[in-house]
Design a protein around this ligand. Sequence first.
Ligand SMILES: [Mn+2]
Length: 442
Amino acid sequence: MTEPHAAYAAHVAARAATTARALAETGFDRLLIHSGVPFTYFADDNDAPFHPTPHFAHWAPVDGPHHLLDVVPGKRPRLVRVQPRDFWYAPPAPAPDFVQREFDVVEVATPGAAWKEIGAAGPRTAFIGAAIEETGTHGIVPAGVNPRALVARLDWERTYKSDWEIDAIAAATAKAAPAHRAAEAAFRAGAPEIEIHHAYLAALGDVEEALPYTTIVGLDDRAATLHYHGKRGREGGKARVFLIDAGAATRGYACDITRTYIAAGADPVFARLLDGMKKMQARLSVEGRPGKSYVDLHFEAHRIVGALLSETGVFRVSGEEAFARGLTHPFLPHGLGHFLGIQVHDVAGRQIDREGTIAPPPEGHPALRITRVIEERMLFTIEPGLYFIPMLLEPYRTGPNRDAFDWALVDRLIPSGGIRIEDNLLIGRDENRNLTREFLPD
Ligand SMILES: [Mn+2]
Protein backbone atom coordinates (compact mmCIF):
# COMPACT_ATOMS: atom_id res chain seq x y z
CA MET A 1 0.00 0.00 0.00
CA THR A 2 1.07 3.54 -0.70
CA GLU A 3 1.77 5.87 2.21
CA PRO A 4 -1.78 7.10 2.99
CA HIS A 5 -1.16 10.84 3.36
CA ALA A 6 0.97 11.02 0.22
CA ALA A 7 -1.58 8.99 -1.77
CA TYR A 8 -4.44 11.15 -0.53
CA ALA A 9 -2.57 14.40 -1.26
CA ALA A 10 -1.89 13.16 -4.80
CA HIS A 11 -5.54 12.17 -5.18
CA VAL A 12 -6.73 15.65 -4.13
CA ALA A 13 -4.15 17.31 -6.39
CA ALA A 14 -5.47 15.22 -9.30
CA ARG A 15 -9.06 16.26 -8.47
CA ALA A 16 -7.96 19.91 -8.41
CA ALA A 17 -6.28 19.62 -11.83
CA THR A 18 -9.05 17.67 -13.56
CA THR A 19 -11.75 19.88 -12.02
CA ALA A 20 -9.96 23.06 -13.15
CA ARG A 21 -9.85 21.68 -16.70
CA ALA A 22 -13.51 20.60 -16.62
CA LEU A 23 -14.61 24.01 -15.29
CA ALA A 24 -12.62 25.86 -17.95
CA GLU A 25 -14.11 23.68 -20.70
CA THR A 26 -17.67 24.30 -19.54
CA GLY A 27 -17.54 28.02 -18.77
CA PHE A 28 -17.37 27.98 -14.97
CA ASP A 29 -14.77 29.33 -12.56
CA ARG A 30 -15.96 27.87 -9.26
CA LEU A 31 -17.53 24.59 -8.12
CA LEU A 32 -19.60 24.00 -5.01
CA ILE A 33 -20.25 20.38 -4.11
CA HIS A 34 -22.91 19.61 -1.52
CA SER A 35 -22.41 16.48 0.61
CA GLY A 36 -26.09 15.56 0.54
CA VAL A 37 -29.48 15.89 2.15
CA PRO A 38 -30.96 13.17 4.37
CA PHE A 39 -33.98 11.39 2.88
CA THR A 40 -36.90 11.42 5.33
CA TYR A 41 -39.69 8.90 4.70
CA PHE A 42 -43.04 10.49 3.82
CA ALA A 43 -45.21 11.45 6.80
CA ASP A 44 -42.54 10.10 9.15
CA ASP A 45 -39.67 11.42 11.24
CA ASN A 46 -37.39 8.56 10.20
CA ASP A 47 -34.51 8.96 7.72
CA ALA A 48 -33.16 6.45 5.20
CA PRO A 49 -29.47 5.55 5.70
CA PHE A 50 -27.47 8.55 4.49
CA HIS A 51 -25.36 8.23 1.34
CA PRO A 52 -23.17 11.21 0.45
CA THR A 53 -23.16 12.86 -2.97
CA PRO A 54 -20.65 10.73 -4.94
CA HIS A 55 -18.86 13.80 -6.33
CA PHE A 56 -18.32 15.00 -2.76
CA ALA A 57 -17.06 11.57 -1.71
CA HIS A 58 -14.61 11.66 -4.62
CA TRP A 59 -12.85 14.56 -2.92
CA ALA A 60 -13.14 13.72 0.75
CA PRO A 61 -14.33 10.82 2.92
CA VAL A 62 -16.14 13.13 5.33
CA ASP A 63 -19.24 11.81 7.02
CA GLY A 64 -22.59 13.60 7.19
CA PRO A 65 -25.02 15.79 5.23
CA HIS A 66 -25.09 19.53 4.41
CA HIS A 67 -21.33 20.11 4.04
CA LEU A 68 -20.17 22.31 1.18
CA LEU A 69 -16.94 21.90 -0.70
CA ASP A 70 -15.74 25.07 -2.41
CA VAL A 71 -13.33 24.59 -5.30
CA VAL A 72 -11.77 27.57 -7.05
CA PRO A 73 -8.95 26.72 -9.50
CA GLY A 74 -5.59 27.91 -8.20
CA LYS A 75 -6.78 28.17 -4.60
CA ARG A 76 -6.63 25.70 -1.73
CA PRO A 77 -10.05 23.93 -1.62
CA ARG A 78 -12.28 24.82 1.27
CA LEU A 79 -14.53 22.45 3.20
CA VAL A 80 -17.38 24.01 5.15
CA ARG A 81 -18.44 21.28 7.51
CA VAL A 82 -21.78 21.25 9.31
CA GLN A 83 -21.49 19.92 12.85
CA PRO A 84 -24.97 20.19 14.40
CA ARG A 85 -25.35 20.71 18.12
CA ASP A 86 -27.58 17.73 18.78
CA PHE A 87 -28.29 15.56 21.81
CA TRP A 88 -30.67 13.12 20.02
CA TYR A 89 -28.17 11.76 17.52
CA ALA A 90 -24.42 11.41 17.71
CA PRO A 91 -22.89 14.05 15.40
CA PRO A 92 -20.90 12.82 12.40
CA ALA A 93 -17.22 12.08 12.95
CA PRO A 94 -14.87 15.04 12.41
CA ALA A 95 -12.92 15.33 9.15
CA PRO A 96 -9.91 12.95 9.36
CA ASP A 97 -6.45 14.50 9.82
CA PHE A 98 -5.39 13.63 6.26
CA VAL A 99 -8.38 15.62 4.96
CA GLN A 100 -7.63 18.60 7.21
CA ARG A 101 -4.13 18.73 5.72
CA GLU A 102 -5.46 19.22 2.19
CA PHE A 103 -8.40 21.58 2.80
CA ASP A 104 -9.15 24.71 4.73
CA VAL A 105 -11.81 23.27 7.02
CA VAL A 106 -14.40 25.56 8.58
CA GLU A 107 -16.94 24.16 11.04
CA VAL A 108 -20.43 25.61 11.40
CA ALA A 109 -23.54 24.42 13.26
CA THR A 110 -26.28 24.73 10.62
CA PRO A 111 -26.79 24.35 6.85
CA GLY A 112 -27.71 28.06 6.68
CA ALA A 113 -24.43 29.00 8.30
CA ALA A 114 -22.59 26.85 5.74
CA TRP A 115 -24.14 28.81 2.87
CA LYS A 116 -23.34 32.07 4.65
CA GLU A 117 -19.73 30.94 4.91
CA ILE A 118 -19.67 30.28 1.14
CA GLY A 119 -20.79 33.84 0.42
CA ALA A 120 -22.12 35.17 -2.86
CA ALA A 121 -22.00 32.85 -5.87
CA GLY A 122 -21.75 34.37 -9.31
CA PRO A 123 -23.20 33.24 -12.65
CA ARG A 124 -20.00 31.28 -13.32
CA THR A 125 -20.39 29.14 -10.19
CA ALA A 126 -21.43 25.52 -10.75
CA PHE A 127 -23.23 23.51 -8.08
CA ILE A 128 -23.36 19.73 -7.79
CA GLY A 129 -25.70 18.06 -5.34
CA ALA A 130 -29.28 17.32 -4.38
CA ALA A 131 -29.97 20.53 -2.41
CA ILE A 132 -31.08 22.37 -5.54
CA GLU A 133 -33.84 24.39 -3.86
CA GLU A 134 -31.08 26.18 -1.93
CA THR A 135 -29.17 27.27 -5.00
CA GLY A 136 -31.44 30.01 -6.35
CA THR A 137 -31.39 31.97 -3.13
CA HIS A 138 -27.59 31.87 -3.09
CA GLY A 139 -26.98 33.35 -6.53
CA ILE A 140 -26.44 30.15 -8.55
CA VAL A 141 -28.10 30.40 -11.96
CA PRO A 142 -30.24 27.45 -13.17
CA ALA A 143 -27.65 26.56 -15.86
CA GLY A 144 -25.10 26.20 -13.06
CA VAL A 145 -27.04 23.53 -11.17
CA ASN A 146 -25.73 20.03 -11.91
CA PRO A 147 -24.61 21.13 -15.39
CA ARG A 148 -24.62 18.11 -17.67
CA ALA A 149 -21.39 18.98 -19.53
CA LEU A 150 -19.46 19.46 -16.29
CA VAL A 151 -20.89 16.37 -14.58
CA ALA A 152 -19.98 14.26 -17.65
CA ARG A 153 -16.34 15.41 -17.42
CA LEU A 154 -16.15 14.74 -13.68
CA ASP A 155 -17.78 11.31 -14.15
CA TRP A 156 -15.25 10.58 -16.87
CA GLU A 157 -12.37 11.26 -14.48
CA ARG A 158 -13.90 8.85 -11.97
CA THR A 159 -13.20 6.06 -14.47
CA TYR A 160 -9.46 6.21 -13.73
CA LYS A 161 -8.74 5.20 -10.17
CA SER A 162 -5.98 6.89 -8.18
CA ASP A 163 -3.65 4.95 -5.87
CA TRP A 164 -5.68 6.32 -2.99
CA GLU A 165 -8.89 4.85 -4.38
CA ILE A 166 -7.25 1.52 -5.19
CA ASP A 167 -5.96 1.28 -1.62
CA ALA A 168 -9.46 1.99 -0.28
CA ILE A 169 -11.00 -0.79 -2.39
CA ALA A 170 -8.20 -3.16 -1.39
CA ALA A 171 -8.85 -2.31 2.27
CA ALA A 172 -12.57 -2.99 1.80
CA THR A 173 -11.68 -6.33 0.20
CA ALA A 174 -9.37 -7.23 3.10
CA LYS A 175 -12.35 -6.67 5.41
CA ALA A 176 -14.83 -8.62 3.26
CA ALA A 177 -12.66 -11.71 2.65
CA PRO A 178 -12.88 -13.20 6.19
CA ALA A 179 -16.61 -12.43 6.19
CA HIS A 180 -16.99 -14.48 2.99
CA ARG A 181 -15.07 -17.29 4.70
CA ALA A 182 -17.41 -17.11 7.70
CA ALA A 183 -20.46 -17.23 5.42
CA GLU A 184 -19.07 -20.27 3.59
CA ALA A 185 -18.44 -22.00 6.93
CA ALA A 186 -22.02 -21.27 8.02
CA PHE A 187 -23.31 -22.80 4.76
CA ARG A 188 -21.13 -25.89 5.25
CA ALA A 189 -22.57 -26.22 8.76
CA GLY A 190 -26.10 -26.23 7.33
CA ALA A 191 -27.16 -22.71 8.35
CA PRO A 192 -30.19 -21.09 6.65
CA GLU A 193 -29.91 -17.85 4.68
CA ILE A 194 -30.66 -15.54 7.63
CA GLU A 195 -27.94 -17.14 9.77
CA ILE A 196 -25.41 -17.05 6.93
CA HIS A 197 -26.13 -13.34 6.53
CA HIS A 198 -25.59 -12.76 10.25
CA ALA A 199 -22.37 -14.78 10.15
CA TYR A 200 -21.17 -12.48 7.34
CA LEU A 201 -22.02 -9.30 9.27
CA ALA A 202 -20.51 -10.59 12.52
CA ALA A 203 -17.21 -11.44 10.82
CA LEU A 204 -17.22 -8.09 9.00
CA GLY A 205 -17.83 -6.22 12.24
CA ASP A 206 -20.07 -3.65 10.55
CA VAL A 207 -23.72 -2.76 10.92
CA GLU A 208 -25.90 -3.57 7.93
CA GLU A 209 -26.24 0.13 7.01
CA ALA A 210 -22.48 0.33 6.49
CA LEU A 211 -22.59 -2.24 3.67
CA PRO A 212 -22.23 -0.81 0.17
CA TYR A 213 -25.23 -2.90 -0.95
CA THR A 214 -27.70 -5.39 0.52
CA THR A 215 -26.22 -8.86 0.78
CA ILE A 216 -27.47 -11.52 -1.64
CA VAL A 217 -27.51 -14.85 0.19
CA GLY A 218 -29.27 -17.47 -1.90
CA LEU A 219 -29.54 -21.19 -1.23
CA ASP A 220 -30.48 -23.63 -4.02
CA ASP A 221 -33.24 -22.21 -6.28
CA ARG A 222 -32.85 -18.72 -4.76
CA ALA A 223 -29.37 -18.53 -6.29
CA ALA A 224 -31.25 -17.91 -9.56
CA THR A 225 -32.82 -14.65 -8.34
CA LEU A 226 -30.21 -12.12 -9.44
CA HIS A 227 -30.81 -9.60 -6.66
CA TYR A 228 -32.41 -11.88 -4.07
CA HIS A 229 -32.75 -9.89 -0.84
CA GLY A 230 -34.94 -12.29 1.14
CA LYS A 231 -33.39 -14.21 4.00
CA ARG A 232 -35.15 -17.47 4.64
CA GLY A 233 -35.01 -19.05 8.07
CA ARG A 234 -35.02 -22.73 8.89
CA GLU A 235 -37.17 -24.55 6.39
CA GLY A 236 -36.66 -27.53 4.10
CA GLY A 237 -33.61 -29.76 4.15
CA LYS A 238 -29.91 -29.15 3.76
CA ALA A 239 -29.02 -26.87 0.85
CA ARG A 240 -26.69 -28.07 -1.93
CA VAL A 241 -25.91 -24.72 -3.57
CA PHE A 242 -24.95 -21.39 -1.98
CA LEU A 243 -24.51 -18.11 -3.83
CA ILE A 244 -23.29 -15.09 -1.87
CA ASP A 245 -22.84 -11.61 -3.35
CA ALA A 246 -21.64 -9.33 -0.56
CA GLY A 247 -19.22 -6.46 -0.15
CA ALA A 248 -17.76 -3.99 2.31
CA ALA A 249 -16.89 -0.31 2.24
CA THR A 250 -13.79 1.59 3.34
CA ARG A 251 -13.43 5.40 3.18
CA GLY A 252 -16.45 5.55 0.90
CA TYR A 253 -15.26 2.92 -1.60
CA ALA A 254 -16.86 -0.47 -2.16
CA CYS A 255 -15.75 -3.96 -3.01
CA ASP A 256 -18.25 -6.29 -4.68
CA ILE A 257 -17.62 -10.02 -4.40
CA THR A 258 -19.64 -13.09 -5.40
CA ARG A 259 -18.90 -16.74 -4.76
CA THR A 260 -20.88 -19.90 -5.46
CA TYR A 261 -20.31 -23.05 -3.40
CA ILE A 262 -21.76 -26.54 -3.61
CA ALA A 263 -22.13 -29.18 -0.93
CA ALA A 264 -22.08 -32.98 -1.15
CA GLY A 265 -25.12 -34.20 -3.04
CA ALA A 266 -25.13 -31.37 -5.57
CA ASP A 267 -26.20 -32.36 -9.08
CA PRO A 268 -23.09 -33.64 -10.91
CA VAL A 269 -23.97 -31.66 -14.05
CA PHE A 270 -24.28 -28.51 -11.96
CA ALA A 271 -20.90 -29.30 -10.39
CA ARG A 272 -19.35 -29.50 -13.88
CA LEU A 273 -20.95 -26.20 -14.84
CA LEU A 274 -19.56 -24.57 -11.69
CA ASP A 275 -16.10 -25.87 -12.47
CA GLY A 276 -16.33 -24.53 -16.02
CA MET A 277 -17.58 -21.13 -14.84
CA LYS A 278 -14.68 -20.81 -12.40
CA LYS A 279 -12.21 -21.47 -15.21
CA MET A 280 -13.99 -19.00 -17.50
CA GLN A 281 -14.01 -16.30 -14.82
CA ALA A 282 -10.27 -16.72 -14.22
CA ARG A 283 -9.57 -16.62 -17.96
CA LEU A 284 -11.61 -13.48 -18.63
CA SER A 285 -9.93 -11.73 -15.68
CA VAL A 286 -6.60 -12.17 -17.46
CA GLU A 287 -7.92 -11.39 -20.95
CA GLY A 288 -9.49 -8.06 -20.02
CA ARG A 289 -6.50 -5.98 -21.10
CA PRO A 290 -6.05 -2.43 -22.39
CA GLY A 291 -7.23 -2.04 -25.98
CA LYS A 292 -9.84 -4.80 -25.76
CA SER A 293 -13.51 -3.93 -25.93
CA TYR A 294 -15.44 -4.89 -22.81
CA VAL A 295 -18.35 -5.79 -25.12
CA ASP A 296 -16.18 -8.44 -26.80
CA LEU A 297 -15.26 -9.84 -23.38
CA HIS A 298 -18.98 -10.04 -22.57
CA PHE A 299 -19.64 -11.89 -25.85
CA GLU A 300 -16.82 -14.28 -25.01
CA ALA A 301 -18.58 -15.07 -21.71
CA HIS A 302 -21.73 -15.93 -23.69
CA ARG A 303 -19.75 -18.17 -26.04
CA ILE A 304 -18.22 -20.07 -23.12
CA VAL A 305 -21.62 -20.43 -21.43
CA GLY A 306 -22.84 -21.86 -24.74
CA ALA A 307 -19.94 -24.32 -24.86
CA LEU A 308 -20.44 -25.43 -21.23
CA LEU A 309 -24.15 -26.01 -21.72
CA SER A 310 -23.43 -27.97 -24.90
CA GLU A 311 -20.69 -30.10 -23.30
CA THR A 312 -22.97 -30.99 -20.40
CA GLY A 313 -25.88 -31.86 -22.67
CA VAL A 314 -28.21 -29.02 -21.69
CA PHE A 315 -27.97 -27.82 -25.29
CA ARG A 316 -28.49 -30.38 -28.04
CA VAL A 317 -26.63 -28.08 -30.44
CA SER A 318 -23.00 -26.91 -30.42
CA GLY A 319 -22.04 -24.03 -28.13
CA GLU A 320 -21.24 -21.85 -31.12
CA GLU A 321 -24.62 -22.52 -32.70
CA ALA A 322 -26.38 -21.84 -29.38
CA PHE A 323 -24.51 -18.52 -29.13
CA ALA A 324 -25.31 -17.59 -32.72
CA ARG A 325 -29.00 -18.32 -32.18
CA GLY A 326 -29.10 -16.26 -28.97
CA LEU A 327 -29.92 -19.28 -26.82
CA THR A 328 -27.46 -18.30 -24.09
CA HIS A 329 -29.49 -15.19 -23.18
CA PRO A 330 -31.89 -16.85 -20.70
CA PHE A 331 -28.91 -18.40 -18.89
CA LEU A 332 -26.85 -15.18 -18.64
CA PRO A 333 -29.30 -12.27 -18.56
CA HIS A 334 -26.95 -9.72 -16.95
CA GLY A 335 -23.78 -8.03 -18.13
CA LEU A 336 -20.30 -9.42 -17.52
CA GLY A 337 -19.56 -6.61 -15.07
CA HIS A 338 -19.55 -2.94 -14.15
CA PHE A 339 -17.22 -0.21 -12.98
CA LEU A 340 -16.65 -0.16 -9.23
CA GLY A 341 -15.71 2.72 -6.94
CA ILE A 342 -17.72 5.12 -4.82
CA GLN A 343 -20.85 3.63 -6.33
CA VAL A 344 -21.10 -0.14 -6.53
CA HIS A 345 -22.30 0.28 -10.11
CA ASP A 346 -19.92 3.15 -10.76
CA VAL A 347 -20.46 5.86 -13.35
CA ALA A 348 -19.35 6.23 -16.96
CA GLY A 349 -19.42 2.58 -18.03
CA ARG A 350 -21.20 3.55 -21.25
CA GLN A 351 -19.65 7.02 -21.57
CA ILE A 352 -17.08 6.92 -24.36
CA ASP A 353 -15.62 10.44 -24.16
CA ARG A 354 -15.11 13.33 -21.73
CA GLU A 355 -18.01 15.22 -23.27
CA GLY A 356 -20.53 12.56 -22.32
CA THR A 357 -21.28 10.61 -25.50
CA ILE A 358 -23.06 7.38 -24.60
CA ALA A 359 -22.46 4.06 -26.39
CA PRO A 360 -25.58 1.96 -25.80
CA PRO A 361 -25.23 -1.76 -25.13
CA PRO A 362 -25.48 -4.08 -28.15
CA GLU A 363 -28.85 -5.32 -29.32
CA GLY A 364 -30.12 -8.12 -27.11
CA HIS A 365 -27.78 -7.24 -24.22
CA PRO A 366 -29.61 -4.36 -22.50
CA ALA A 367 -28.13 -5.09 -19.07
CA LEU A 368 -24.50 -4.67 -20.12
CA ARG A 369 -23.13 -1.74 -18.08
CA ILE A 370 -19.73 -1.29 -19.77
CA THR A 371 -19.47 -0.61 -23.51
CA ARG A 372 -16.01 0.97 -23.45
CA VAL A 373 -12.59 -0.08 -24.60
CA ILE A 374 -10.54 -1.22 -21.60
CA GLU A 375 -7.87 1.19 -20.35
CA GLU A 376 -5.25 1.33 -17.62
CA ARG A 377 -6.55 2.31 -14.15
CA MET A 378 -10.08 1.21 -14.88
CA LEU A 379 -11.45 -0.88 -12.02
CA PHE A 380 -14.33 -3.17 -12.86
CA THR A 381 -15.93 -6.44 -11.94
CA ILE A 382 -15.75 -9.65 -13.93
CA GLU A 383 -18.81 -11.59 -12.88
CA PRO A 384 -20.07 -14.19 -15.35
CA GLY A 385 -23.19 -16.03 -14.34
CA LEU A 386 -25.18 -19.06 -15.42
CA TYR A 387 -28.68 -19.50 -14.02
CA PHE A 388 -31.75 -21.67 -14.44
CA ILE A 389 -34.51 -19.05 -14.29
CA PRO A 390 -37.91 -20.62 -15.10
CA MET A 391 -39.43 -17.31 -16.24
CA LEU A 392 -36.69 -16.69 -18.81
CA LEU A 393 -36.61 -20.30 -20.05
CA GLU A 394 -40.37 -20.52 -20.56
CA PRO A 395 -40.50 -18.88 -24.04
CA TYR A 396 -37.92 -21.37 -25.38
CA ARG A 397 -39.96 -24.41 -24.41
CA THR A 398 -42.12 -24.03 -27.48
CA GLY A 399 -41.45 -22.87 -31.03
CA PRO A 400 -38.38 -23.17 -33.24
CA ASN A 401 -35.79 -23.40 -30.42
CA ARG A 402 -37.53 -26.12 -28.44
CA ASP A 403 -35.40 -29.00 -29.74
CA ALA A 404 -32.11 -27.22 -29.00
CA PHE A 405 -32.56 -27.95 -25.27
CA ASP A 406 -32.72 -31.12 -23.20
CA TRP A 407 -35.74 -30.00 -21.18
CA ALA A 408 -35.65 -32.96 -18.79
CA LEU A 409 -32.11 -31.93 -17.83
CA VAL A 410 -33.09 -28.25 -17.58
CA ASP A 411 -35.93 -29.17 -15.21
CA ARG A 412 -33.55 -31.31 -13.16
CA LEU A 413 -31.17 -28.34 -12.81
CA ILE A 414 -33.73 -25.64 -11.91
CA PRO A 415 -33.63 -26.52 -8.17
CA SER A 416 -29.86 -25.88 -8.23
CA GLY A 417 -30.50 -22.19 -8.95
CA GLY A 418 -27.42 -20.74 -10.52
CA ILE A 419 -23.82 -19.67 -10.48
CA ARG A 420 -22.10 -16.29 -10.29
CA ILE A 421 -18.43 -15.67 -9.60
CA GLU A 422 -17.29 -12.09 -9.22
CA ASP A 423 -13.88 -10.51 -8.73
CA ASN A 424 -12.76 -6.89 -8.77
CA LEU A 425 -10.09 -6.19 -11.35
CA LEU A 426 -7.72 -3.25 -11.60
CA ILE A 427 -6.29 -2.81 -15.08
CA GLY A 428 -2.54 -2.25 -14.88
CA ARG A 429 -0.09 -1.31 -17.60
CA ASP A 430 1.84 -4.58 -17.55
CA GLU A 431 -0.72 -6.85 -15.93
CA ASN A 432 -4.04 -6.79 -14.18
CA ARG A 433 -4.36 -6.81 -10.43
CA ASN A 434 -7.15 -9.07 -9.21
CA LEU A 435 -7.88 -7.32 -5.90
CA THR A 436 -10.34 -10.00 -4.79
CA ARG A 437 -8.03 -13.02 -5.24
CA GLU A 438 -5.31 -11.30 -3.19
CA PHE A 439 -7.54 -11.71 -0.15
CA LEU A 440 -9.94 -14.49 -1.18
CA PRO A 441 -7.90 -16.83 -3.40
CA ASP A 442 -10.71 -19.28 -4.19
MN1 LIG B 1 -21.30 -6.68 -9.10
